[in-house]
Design a protein around this ligand. Structure first.
Ligand code: NAD
Length: 291
């Protein structure tokens, strides 16, 4: 048996169709153009690619997009002043600081992210939004786990009552994923680097989410036959070769459904960023949207 491959492009396109409709209502009925500002500090090549892709996606869908490039040696004070300016800029509804930050301000990361207005925090990393998610209020939700859950929903995969196992407990993927699945009534287990006998836990999963950051970490002997396997990992193993955390070729022989890398949930991350930007515009202007 070979698993159904859940193609990110297909689901991202569906999400974007909904967003386009919302943008058109916002523009034509309310005179609002949603706006996103992305701050990038320094010259990290991967970050530059991600930021360019976010900018392009905004332009394609009709979101105003500003990329603010700051030099690698920028001070924390200048960065905070820039964020304060954007917090007060009526044209901007979403603010994102591309991570990682350069070493000299890495220790200030929390202070920097927390200075973003929670209503403009389209990454969903602000403690206010983290807290809301933990009490089941989905205000602005971190894009990657949100995209995974949206994909499950669009694929018609039932979450309620299922055993979901997440490998990874990061603030940007594992923990918000826990809350999203829990509030959809799954029984959720979170595993991490200190978990014992991982395979015995992952084999219980009806839905297995891998967010580890290790190539081919999940092998077929760790997967229950018929399980849905969502691969969040992005690992560069050669100049032009990206792989996930799941050994795709092996696991697709066992799983019921599986996401590829590349071409899987990564594409939904950007779609959810666009969604969050439109949602932030609606929240700020007190407009109700459909999606
Ligand atoms: P992270 O390094 O912050 O967290 C990794 C987690 O894996 C940790 O919680 C750790 O406890 C766990 N872990 C490590 N070794 C383990 C082991 N042997 N057994 C069990 N658990 C173990 O990483 P992250 O930021 O959560 O990202 C995870 C992966 O997802 C990375 O490959 C990253 O590039 C990718 N990612 C993709 C997107 C996207 O848009 N698709 C977004 C964010 C992250």
């Amino acid at each position: 048996m070979s698993a159904t491959v859940l193609e990110g492009k297909f689901y991202a396109a569906q999400i974007k169709e909904g967003i386009k409709k919302d943008i058109s209502v916002l523009k034509n009925k309310h005179g609002i153009t949603p706006g996103l500002a992305v701050i990038i500090v320094g010259e990290n090549p991967a970050s530059k690619v991600y930021v360019a892709s976010k900018h392009r996606s905004c332009e394609e869908i009709g979101i105003y997009s500003e990329v603010i490039e700051l030099p690698a040696d920028v001070s924390k004070e200048i960065l905070l002043a820039k964020i304060a300016q954007l917090n007060n800029n009526d044209q901007i509804h979403g603010i994102l600081v591309q991570l990682p930050l350069p070493d000299h301000i890495k220790e200030n990361e929390a202070e920097i992210l927390n200075s973003i207005d929670p209503n403009k925090d389209v990454d969903g990393f602000h403690p206010v939004n983290v807290g809301k998610l933990s009490i089941g209020e989905e205000h602005l939700v971190p894009c990657t786990p949100y995209g995974c859950v949206k994909m499950l929903e669009l694929a018609g995969i039932d979450i309620e009552g299922k055993n979901a196992v997440i490998i990874g407990r990061s603030n940007i993927v594992g923990k918000p994923m826990f809350n999203l699945l829990l509030s959809r009534n799954a029984t959720v287990t979170v595993c991490h680097s200190r978990s014992k006998d991982l395979a015995s836990i992952t084999k219980q999963a009806d839905i297995l989410i891998a967010a580890v950051g290790k190539p081919h970490f999940v092998t077929s002997d760790m997967v229950k036959p018929g399980a849905v396997v969502i691969d969040v990992g992005i690992n560069r193993i050669a100049e032009k070769k990206l792989v996930g955390d799941v050994d795709f070729e092996q696991v697709k022989q066992v799983a019921g459904a599986i996401t590829p890398v590349p071409g899987g949930v990564g594409l939904l991350t950007i779609a959810m960023l666009l969604h969050n930007t439109v949602k932030a515009a609606c929240l700020i202007h007190n407009v109700t949207i459909t999606n």
